[in-house]
Design a protein. Structure first.
Length: 216
C-alpha cells in the first residue's frame, strides 16, 4: 500500500470515532475529578497523585460518594435476585497502585505486568470510580472465568442500569491495553453507561485513539 492510500484509509477510518465524539460531547473526560474521566495508557491522571475529595467506605473498600451510592444500589438489586456480589478492590492511592504494579513486575516481568495492572498514575482505581467485584464464594476471583459465574453474569447484564460499565471488555485489548476484566466495574453515570453499547470501550465512545501501550 502506498503512503497516500494508507493515509486515505486512515482518514476514512476516522469517520466513526469522530461521530461518536460529537455524540459524547459535553462530558469532561480530562479532569481527574470528573465522573467521566478517561484514564488509559495514553492518558495519565492529572495530577498523577490525584486523591478524590470524598471517599466513602463500602464493605471495607472505598469509592467516590456517587459511585458508592450506585454500587450499593447495584449490590442490593443483585442480592434481591439471589446473587451475592462482594467488593474486592476499590479506591487505591498512587502509592498502593505503585506497590501493586511493582509486585506484578517482579512476578511476571514488565511486559506482562503492563497487561495486568496499570502503572501508578494511570489507574482507574485512583479515581475512586472503579470497583473490582467478586462472588462471595471466591469462584474465579480476578479471572476471565468470572464472566461465567453468577456475579459476573448478573453484573454484565445489569451494571449499566446503575451507571457502571465493564471497562475492559473481551477482545478489546488493542484499544484499552488490558485483557478482558469482567470483574472491573467503572462508574460513569447512568446517562453514559446506558448510551454506550454493552461491550463498547470508553475510547470508542468518546472517539479517542486506542491506547494499547504506554507512550514512554
Ligand atoms: Zn480493577
Amino acid at each position: 500500500m502506498t503512503g497516500a492510500v494508507a493515509g486515505l484509509v486512515l482518514s476514512l477510518g476516522m469517520i466513526a470515532p469522530s461521530v461518536a465524539a460529537v455524540a459524547a460531547a459535553g462530558y469532561d473526560i480530562s479532569s481527574a475529578s470528573s465522573l467521566q474521566v478517561v484514564v488509559n495508557k495514553h492518558r495519565q491522571l492529572n495530577p498523577a497523585t490525584y486523591v478524590p475529595a470524598q471517599l466513602v467506605r463500602v464493605q471495607g473498600e472505598r469509592l467516590r460518594a456517587e459511585a458508592a451510592d450506585a454500587y450499593k444500589q447495584l449490590t442490593r438489586a443483585a442480592k434481591a435476585a439471589g446473587v451475592n456480589i462482594i467488593p474486592i478492590s476499590g479506591y487505591r492511592s498512587f502509592s498502593q497502585q505503585a506497590s501493586l504494579y511493582d509486585s506484578y513486575v517482579s512476578q511476571y516481568g514488565q511486559a506482562t505486568a503492563d497487561t495486568l495492572a496499570a502503572r501508578a498514575g494511570y489507574s482507574e482505581h485512583q479515581t475512586g470510580l472503579a470497583m473490582d467485584i467478586g462472588n462471595a464464594s471466591g469462584t474465579c476471583a480476578l479471572q476471565a472465568c468470572f464472566a461465567n459465574t453468577p456475579a459476573g453474569q448478573w453484573a454484565a447484564k445489569n451494571c449499566r442500569d446503575y451507571g457502571f460499565i465493564i471497562r475492559y471488555p473481551a477482545g478489546a485489548e488493542a484499544t484499552t491495553g488490558y485483557t478482558y476484566e469482567p470483574w472491573h466495574l467503572r462508574y460513569v453515570g447512568k446517562n453514559v453507561a446506558l448510551d454506550m453499547g454493552s461491550t463498547e470501550t470508553l475510547e470508542d465512545y468518546f472517539g479517542l485513539e486506542a491506547a494499547p501501550d504506554y507512550l514512554q
